[in-house]
Design a binder for this molecule. Structure first.
Ligand code: ZN
Length: 505
């Protein structure tokens, strides 16, 4: 009987994801609490768990059960029913985990780990020639992986890899959104740079004690609705969010005396991810229906809170008073306008992770175009620095002085993460389109921010997005919520409306 097959499939899947949630907690511990002496033992623990998870996820019985469920037309009749969605998503993961031969998986793990090491060295010496052979090895391996996954008639190798990060994402559809976005962003940035005024730089001079920052930022996460009885916030070198269950979501942030606004921004970013994890239906934990839909949609949640809330004027009309309560004389000279303008400063620069909201997406487009060409063979690894620098000049108007601040700045290609970059910009695009719809549904939304009340936005996201888990594909979910497929206009409207007045442009 198929229901028996479905029940067994779900039981096996929950068993595997339970192990994965333990691995996730160990990984959180490694990045926040573990003493340096624990690293060797920890890597053995992680390797053992990875092996056990892989064994369960790729067990031949899972394949048999999937086939049985798929052949039952009644079970999967409604493509968005609980069973159909779970079967579809388990099939996706099972196929990705079983299609690669074990030797290839092993070779990829070994090569990327060496490549990451060599990349760090090459970056430190700012010498692309040291990394080039490793990039070539990675490209060769991941092209083989793409062939194992396969791609459709109108698709390309890049698509096969990107599918692992954003189900349904294809290079061609990314290009269709990115190209008009790129043209308009270039115009916007160039207009801003030649505008008649400059935003205030008053916040750049601020220096605030770290213990006071550490006491302050959780209050903002709490105001957003992050539930500390079901989550924690701790410091780490690189901020991240890891959720093992909606009842236990860990976020991290980082502090520096002269970077209070970065600590606040990264806390709001990670708390946005955290709200998604806490908002997933606990009764579906361990199944696709209890899991976030994609990296791009996850990123939309973090960027909505960081950028659309945290860089808005109404937010600062409330938050500056809170900041003054916490830091007293150190911040009391600042006006709402000075903070708002400081938070929205635009400057074309070299480093992606330090980029502002307007230029950030241009950094991503450079990477998307290059990795797509590298993967298809249209671009030789040897020509990467030249092509990188040429695009930075064309899109951002800046000269790249060396490879460390050029094509060696990101870890992704050394780690084999081809097809990952666009999810960052998809996050911005989804955030803009969703936020526009939230404003339409709740015309008083900004007024609630002025009062420090973020519960209407959180409730809206909980109901419209978080509660669905992976029931819909990301593109379907976007269309279901906003009534439209993903388009570049909402992000452009947001950036134009917010930034042009600050620059008199
Ligand atoms: Zn993020």
């Amino acid at each position: 009987m198929t229901t028996d097959a479905y029940d067994e499939l779900i039981k096996r899947w929950k068993d595997a994801t339970l192990l994965a949630s333990s691995a996730s907690l160990l990984s959180w511990d490694q990045q926040t609490m573990m003493p340096p002496g624990g690293i060797e033992h920890r890597s053995r623990q992680m390797a053992q768990l990875a092996g056990l998870i892989h064994e369960r996820v790729t067990h031949p019985r899972v394949g048999e059960l999937l086939a049985e469920c798929e052949s039952d037309s009644e079970l999967t009749a409604d493509p968005h029913s609980d069973a159909a969605a779970n079967v579809r998503e388990i099939r996706r993961e099972y196929d990705r985990d079983t299609k690669l031969p074990a030797e290839l998986v092993e070779e990829m793990a070994q090569t990327t780990s060496l490549a990451e090491h060599e990349w760090a060295e090459a970056r430190a010496k700012s010498d692309f020639s040291l990394f080039r052979p490793w990039l070539e090895k990675n490209l060769e391996l991941f092209r083989r992986a793409a062939e194992c996954y396969g791609w459709g008639p109108d698709e390309e190798p890049w698509d096969a890899l990107a599918e692992g990060y954003e189900p349904g994402m294809r290079a061609r559809s990314v290009e269709a959104v990115f190209t008009p976005l790129r043209d308009d962003l270039q115009d916007l940035v160039s207009d801003l740079m030649s505008g008649s005024r400059k935003p205030s730089t008053a916040i750049a001079a601020l220096s605030l004690p770290i213990d006071a920052q550490t006491a302050f930022v959780p209050k903002i996460a709490e105001a957003m609705g992050f539930d500390f009885s079901r989550g924690r916030i701790d410091p780490s070198v690189h901020p991240f969010c890891s959720g093992s269950h909606p009842g236990d979501v860990r976020i991290t942030t980082r502090y520096a005396e002269d970077k209070f606004f970065d600590a606040l921004g990264s806390t709001m970013h990670e708390a946005g991810h955290g709200l998604y994890e806490q908002g997933l239906p606990p009764e579906n934990n361990g199944t696709p229906l209890g899991s976030a839909v994609s990296l791009g949609m996850h990123e939309s949640q973090s960027r909505m809170w960081e950028n659309f809330v945290g860089r808005s004027r109404p937010f600062w009309q409330w938050c500056l008073a809170e900041v003054n309560k916490a830091f007293g004389d150190a911040t009391s000279h600042l006006t709402v306008d000075e903070v708002y303008e400081g938070m929205n400063t635009v400057r074309p620069d070299l480093i992606r992770v330090e980029a502002d909201e307007a230029t950030y997406n241009l950094h991503i487009m450079v990477r998307f175009e290059l990795e797509r060409a590298l993967m298809s063979g249209d671009l030789d690894a040897a020509d990467l620095p030249h092509e990188w620098n040429r695009r930075y000049k064309e899109y951002l108007g800046i000269d790249v002085p060396d490879d460390a601040r050029g094509c060696l700045q990101d870890v992704h290609w050394s780690a084999g993460l081809f097809g990952y970059f666009p999810t960052y910009t998809l996050g911005n695009l989804y955030a803009a389109q969703l936020f526009e719809k939230a404003l339409e549904d709740m015309p008083d939304l900004y007024a609630s921010f002025e009062r420090g009340d973020f519960s209407p936005l959180k409730a809206w996201l909980n109901t419209n997005l978080h509660a669905h888990g992976s029931r819909y594909l990301p593109a379907e979910l976007c269309e279901r919520i906003t009534g439209k497929p993903l388009e570049p206009e909402p992000l452009l409207r947001h950036l134009n409306t917010q930034l042009r007045p600050l620059y008199g442009a």
